[in-house]
Design a protein around this ligand. Structure first.
Ligand SMILES: Nc1nc2c(ncn2[C@@H]2O[C@H](COP(=O)(O)OP(=O)(O)OP(=O)(O)O)[C@@H](O)[C@H]2O)c(=O)[nH]1
Ligand SMILES: [Mg+2]
Length: 323
């Protein structure tokens, strides 16, 4: 077992400091909600306009069920005279969107005085698991927690180095073995090391795997099983990272991973680079799992705790801004 730790901490430069969520969600906002608000402005919400709104919602990956709910609600409001101005229509849409997402707001996790909390990060290849884990490590460290990382992606040759580079940058210890080692054994050792050092939190990186690949999913189950031999209460959290750009595909990823390892939360990444941010609504509607954090860039500070109101306000421009 290797225990890496480095002394040097890179200062946060102004470039890596967080910018407003509004500026990060431009593509989804412009691709979707700008168009809807223009439709609101065009006048009455008649059948034709509502159909166009539904089409826009579907294209933006909100999914059939959410799109229908929104259109039904707008239809009801229109029938009772509640959408006679574009502002009223926007406000109804905003409230409904917040109501859909609010049950998924739960960024906090439980810490324990006598043992590390354990978060197992899972997901398909390349969605941003390792980067998200590193951003989380930075966040917990900044809030005064002692953090340890476990390099349980022993599958991809460069994965251990990638996590180690983050560990060096953040001055956070990384527990790793060599490429090809048994990921479950690394997880077990990492928990023992984190417990021995009285760490507050152990963040476990795992290899990307297709949710449809039986053997790889079995290996992941083994990681979960073996770490629980070190302490039957862990892992406390199993979070699936999904790339928002994958659109509707993320729904089957969630279903498969949940069945295999019982998810306790989602991290939705790459919302900065996609017009498919509407998938967060489809996820909320279909699974109701907490959306813990959202990724809005590659930098260390580009991770936000998910907040329904903030998210909706970043997607839905004020009417004066939608032109
Ligand atoms: N724009 C953007 N890029 C991101 C975000 N999160 C991760 N990335 C980038 O996505 C790429 C893949 O990220 P990784 O963290 O290596 O993904 P992974 O899921 O660990 O990949 P595997 O371990 O190979 O399965 C990297 O270039 C990251 O910088 C995000 O929120 N926004
Ligand atoms: Mg990775």
């Amino acid at each position: 077992m290797k225990l890496f730790s480095s002394k040097k901490k890179e200062e946060d430069t102004p470039k890596t400091k967080s910018r407003g969520l509004f500026s990060r969600l431009t593509r989804t906002r412009e691709g979707l909600f700008g168009g809807i608000l223009s439709l609101f402005k065009s006048g009455k919400l008649d059948e034709e306009v509502l159909e166009q709104i539904e089409d826009q919602l579907l294209v933006a990956d909100l999914g059939v069920s959410v799109s229908q709910k929104i259109v039904e609600r707008l239809k009801e409001a229109a029938a009772s005279g509640g959408t006679s101005t574009p502002d009223e229509a926007r406000s109804i849409l905003r409230d409904l969107m917040i109501d859909l997402l609010a049950p998924c707001e739960k960024p906090e996790i439980t810490f324990f005085p006598d043992r590390p909390a354990v978060v197992l990060m899972v997901g398909v290849n390349g969605v941003g698991k390792t980067t998200t884990l590193a951003k989380l490590a930075a966040r917990y460290k900044d809030s005064g927690k002692s953090v340890m990382l476990a390099a349980c992606d022993t599958f991809r040759a460069a994965a251990i180095d990638q996590l180690q580079t983050w560990g060096d940058r953040l001055d956070i210890p990384v527990i790793a073995q060599s490429h090809g080692a048994d990921a479950a054994a690394v997880a077990y050792d990492a928990y023992s090391a984190a417990a021995a050092r009285n760490c507050d939190i152990l963040l476990v990186d795992t290899a990307g795997r297709q949710h449809t690949h039986g053997d790889l999913v079995e290996q992941l189950k083994k990681v979960k099983r073996v770490i629980s031999k070190a302490n039957p209460s862990v892992p406390d959290e199993v979070w699936l990272t999904v790339d928002a750009g994958n659109g509707q595909n993320v729904l089957s990823q969630v279903a498969h991973f949940d069945e295999a390892v019982k998810l306790t939360g989602l991290c939705v990444t790459k919302l900065d680079g996609t017009a498919k941010g509407g998938i967060v609504f489809a996820l909320a509607d279909r699974f109701g799992l907490p959306v813990r954090f959202i990724g809005v860039g590659e930098g260390q500070s580009d991770l936000r705790p998910f907040n329904a109101e903030e998210f909706v306000d970043a997607l839905l421009p004020e009417l004066g801004q939608s032109d």
